[in-house]
Ligand binder design. Structure first.
Ligand code: GLU
Length: 314
């Protein structure tokens, strides 16, 4: 029996940071420890923010660390394209299917209007969409379209989605009260992450999605899209986020924890070993290769809470 198909799905809007790396390490270990494979997909949907040099650099960084993928990225493979910036015609097909189901509608709300509304916020900090544009008449749509290009949302039902996360355990979210109708396409025509990720994971045969816990709340929306499109959802594992020593989330703007800086100070096994230690995979921060961590890899060892960088570790 063949193992799971996992993936790395980085957004190349800057150099990788330690949090991205931790996630890539866990994705690689999770798939490979079960005899699986890993696909590299470059999430450069917003092409203007994701120049190709970052994607190339990211591949070089992953290879340097020994986190080698089996298919995708600039290597290509049977399930390309692997760059989301090249996939608009593919997303359009699925988008049309949802349109044909009568589930897609134009939304003219500005960001300011959404945030001014007293609507509750989702766990990832967005506003739960109150359905303002859901029932506009054709005449209202025509009128509003004269001054503003709309974004496009998909209707969600008042329904709870439940799934068991390989890392975080059971998770449930009501689509309507947890996020509301969500974006499929921006006003400038760029497809939304939620649609692109589902279409791509499905067509690339991905059966195991490992990513940061900040995306846990997106998963219900994605499972909903899988169902609408008649696709089988993968297994999900959301890994705890890596925080800096002051408890703040790492970002690509943090030069200190970028790979550029780290590579000048540590060897690849030193970086992998320290991350493995922080994520509960070994008792000390001793240097390790990814292969040496395969034996005994188990999601049960990985903490469920955010992980804090220890002072002096890096
Ligand atoms: N591209 C996203 C990121 O770099 C990950 C999306 C996903 O794994 O579904 O954070």
């Amino acid at each position: 029996m063949s193992g799971p198909v996992g993936r790395f799905a980085p957004s190349p809007s800057g150099r990788l940071h330690l949090g991205n790396l931790a996630c890539s390490l866990l994705a690689w270990l999770s798939a490979k420890s079960q005899g699986g494979r890993v696909v590299l997909r470059i999430e450069d949907l917003d092409a203007a923010r994701c120049p190709r040099v970052y994607a190339d650099q990211l591949e070089e960084d992953l290879r340097w660390l020994g986190l080698v993928w089996d298919e995708g990225g600039s290597d290509g493979g049977p399930n390309g394209p692997y760059y989301q910036s090249e996939c608009a015609p593919i997303y359009l097909e699925s988008y049309h299917k949802l349109e044909e189901m009568g589930l897609v509608y134009p939304c003219f709300c500005s960001r300011a209007q959404l945030h001014a509304a007293s609507a509750p916020h989702t766990s990832d900090g967005n506003v739960v969409y109150p359905g303002t544009c859901r029932n506009l008449t054709p005449a209202q749509i025509a009128e509003k379209s004269r001054t503003k290009a709309p974004a496009w949302r998909v209707k969600v039902p008042d329904e709870e989605v439940t799934f068991t996360d390989l890392c975080m355990g059971e998770h449930r979210e009501n689509l309507l009260t947890g996020c509301g109708d969500f974006y499929l396409r921006r006003a400038d025509g760029v497809f939304a992450y939620q649609l692109a990720v589902v279409v791509d994971d499905a067509r690339m045969g991905v059966t195991q999605v490992v990513r940061g816990a900040d995306l846990l709340s997106s998963t219900a929306r994605q499972i909903y899209l899988y169902r609408l499109l008649g696709l089988t959802p993968p297994a999900f594992a959301h890994c705890p986020l890596l925080l800096d020593v002051d408890g703040r989330r790492l970002s690509k703007r943090d030069g200190d924890q970028s790979l550029e800086n780290l590579r000048s100070r540590y060897t690849a096994p030193e970086i992998i070993g320290k991350l493995a230690y922080l994520y509960g995979l070994q008792p000390e921060p001793a240097p390790r290769t990814p292969e040496s961590l395969l034996d005994g890899f188990d999601w049960a060892k990985v903490p469920k809470q955010d992980v804090c960088l220890e002072p002096g570790l890096f």
